[in-house]
Design a protein around this ligand. Structure first.
Ligand code: LHQ
Length: 265
């Protein structure tokens, strides 16, 4: 791969913005340049009405090996780096963008997802993984703590016992176990992964975008709300959804016994 190849490939087709992490020889380990490119893609998804779903994947045999450790050689330090600043500048904005984007984000984990790479995948809304892929909470191997939202996401998805075991041992978790545990939506045959993920994203992109976005907001809010607060939130969001053109279209299509033509408005 040439040195000036884009570190994230961006393609918009049929409402799906596909973002492909593109440093395959490093298993798509993240550099500053890549962080900025990924963030720009996610920001575009926020800003453009033409984008109605995002598909995140990786080029080559890995999804993402987390932070690129190649340019963090401790033998060259004069003093230890401020990793908190790395998170503040690069990782946290990306995780917040994925979670706050009121459009579905599908992740196709095409191969190993390690460290922050695993946790970026787990921040997405619908995660499909190739059967050969594995998730590695690699932080413990280098003396770090799970970041990119992992310490929040893992216990919510799979409970404290499994979250702690994964994070403390850094043992690789095969995609099929990840599916069985509810860490991801689905493990699929390697050869079928991208087609299935693209079809999923395309189906969502043709859906009632605002209703889907509000659904995402409601489900995420449930992680910290009590039932009364959540019932109030559902009332408010349903009020908003009920005013969309897509709600009117959905009901009309049902009554006319035809498929709906949602426009995302
Ligand atoms: C890599 C990497 C990599 C560079 C594979 N960097 N080259 C946040 C804030 C600030 C700082 C610190 O970190 C963080 C968040 C984090 O993400 S910390 C966690 C960082 N990631 C890791 O510790 C994972 C390191 N990689 C691995 O453990 C393995 O490579 C995995 C399990 C991902 C894959 O193993 P294999 O399938 O056996 O592949 P491999 O190890 O042979 O890797 C292939 C190549 O990719 C190899 O290069 P080479 O020149 O030998 O072909 C690796 O050196 C390179 N690579 N990960 N993170």
């Amino acid at each position: 791969m040439s040195a000036d190849a884009p570190t994230v490939l961006v393609d918009l087709s049929q409402g799906v913005l596909r973002l492909t992490l593109n440093r395959p020889d490093r298993l798509n380990a993240l550099t500053e340049d890549m962080h900025l490119a990924l963030r720009a893609g996610l920001q575009r998804a926020h800003d453009e009405d033409a984008v109605r779903a995002v598909l995140l994947t990786g080029a080559g045999r890995g999804f993402c090996a987390g932070q690129d450790l190649g340019n963090r050689d401790p033998r060259n330090w004069t003093e230890p780096p401020d990793l908190g600043q790395s998170l503040e500048r690069f990782y946290n904005p990306t995780i917040r963008l994925i979670r706050r984007l009121e459009k579905p984000v599908v992740c196709a984990v095409n191969g190993v997802a390690a460290g922050a790479g695993a946790n970026i995948a787990l921040a997405c809304d619908i995660v499909l993984a190739a059967r050969s892929a594995r998730f590695v909470e690699a932080f413990a191997k280098i003396g770090l703590v799970p970041d990119a939202g992992g310490s929040w996401t893992l216990p919510r998805l799979i409970g404290e016992a499994r979250a702690k075991a994964l994070a403390l041992t850094a043992e690789p978790l095969p995609a099929e176990t990840a599916e069985r545990w509810g860490l991801i939506w689905k493990a699929v045959d390697d050869a079928a992964l991208l087609d299935e993920a693209q079809a999923t994203a395309q189906r969502l992109a043709a859906g009632p975008t605002r209703g889907l976005g509000l659904t995402k907001r409601a489900i995420q809010a449930a992680a910290t709300n009590d039932l009364d607060t959540q019932l109030d939130l559902e009332r408010d969001l349903q009020r908003e959804a009920g005013r969309t053109a897509d709600y009117a279209e959905g009901v009309t299509a049902f009554l006319e016994k035809r498929p709906p033509r949602f426009t995302g408005r």
